[in-house]
Design a protein around this ligand. Structure first.
Ligand SMILES: NC(=O)c1ccc[n+]([C@@H]2O[C@H](COP(=O)([O-])OP(=O)(O)OC[C@H]3O[C@@H](n4cnc5c(N)ncnc54)[C@H](OP(=O)(O)O)[C@@H]3O)[C@@H](O)[C@H]2O)c1
Length: 270
């Protein structure tokens, strides 16, 4: 028997950016598990092979009730985003939920030593990419009755609330996500469009491997002696927010593993 949340999500079309790994990948799977009877999920990222594997894994786990469409999309390239919605197959165009998850951190450099390329990649992905995706999808939401209907779920971070040394650019991008999210909710107050912020603390994904330019040993050291969240932990929160009754907006969330108290206060076992 379907849960109330599963029923509320039935028939929806979900779009998840950055679904080739980590939180995005888990989110696509969690949506499929929660509403396996009748759901469409568009999964996007740069690594198309990983998205195709994800589509296959979802099919094997929940069957044909969930249709998954893998689409290669680099959110840091505005031209790809502007043609993205129009190029979707007709049956996937009525997007109901946008999960703006694609994002990354590069390096631990401090000013004035931060590479211009890293600054550009973080801002064009985490900020401009998220804004461009939102602007591409919002017209679909706004065509619906009562000013519009749909969910925009923006993945921020504790880093957007609590800047830390060696993370200034990443923190600034996530602060921008937080402010954009809050402003957007106010701009859309006379609609049924829900604008939701999900701010994770420490989650073990490919995030730190990307931060250290592929150095897995350095990434593993970040998580040594503690128990970070898993991407599934965050996926459950994301799906929960989308699965609330229409009048309930989970506007803001901050999710820590038990040993974390701020961006930098993390208890490690010796
Ligand atoms: N892990 C944490 O501790 C943590 C904490 C707070 C917030 N977050 C946020 O959570 C989100 C997901 O990160 P994660 O931890 O799951 O890391 P991850 O495992 O590295 O996943 C990041 C995803 O973003 C995609 N991506 C990166 N650049 C992209 C681009 N230009 N265009 C399209 N997709 C792009 C990647 O796909 P491709 O490489 O295939 O493009 C990948 O699927 C990010 O916004 C991150 O800032 C993470």
């Amino acid at each position: 028997m379907a849960t109330a949340m599963g029923k509320r999500l039935e028939g929806k079309t979900i779009l998840v950016t950055g679904a080739s790994s980590g939180i995005g990948r888990s989110t696509a799977k969690e949506f499929a598990r929660t509403s396996p009877q009748n759901l469409k999920i568009i999964v996007t990222a740069r690594r198309i092979d990983s998205l195709k594997e994800l589509a296959q894994e979802i099919k094997e786990e929940v069957g044909d009730g969930v249709q998954v469409l893998p689409v290669q999309l680099d959110v840091s390239k505005p031209s790809g985003i502007s043609s993205f919605v129009g190029a979707l197959p007709e049956e996937f165009r009525e997007i109901d939920v946008l999960v703006n998850n694609a994002g990354l951190v590069r390096g631990v450099a401090r000013a004035p030593e931060i590479a211009a390329e890293d600054i550009d990649i973080m801002f064009s992905t985490n900020v401009t990419g998220l804004i461009n995706m939102t602007q591409a999808v919002l017209p679909i939401f706004k065509k619906r009755p009562n000013g519009g209907r749909g969910d925009i779920i923006n993945i921020g971070s504790i880093a957007g609330r609590d800047g830390y040394p060696g993370g200034s650019i990443y923190c600034a991008t996530k602060a921008a996500v937080r402010t954009f999210t809050d402003s957007l909710r106010k701009e859309l107050i006379d609609t049924r469009i829900r604008v939701i912020g999900v701010d994770p603390g420490q989650v073990e994904t490919e995030f730190s491997v990307v931060r250290f330019y592929g150095d897995k040993a350095k990434a593993d050291a970040v998580y040594a002696g503690c128990d970070p969240l898993t991407p599934d932990d965050i996926a459950e929160v994301i799906v929960f927010t989308a699965g609330r009754p229409e009048n309930v907006v989970v506007a803001d969330t901050l999710i820590f593993p038990q040993h974390q108290g701020s961006a930098t206060i993390v208890h490690k076992r010796t």
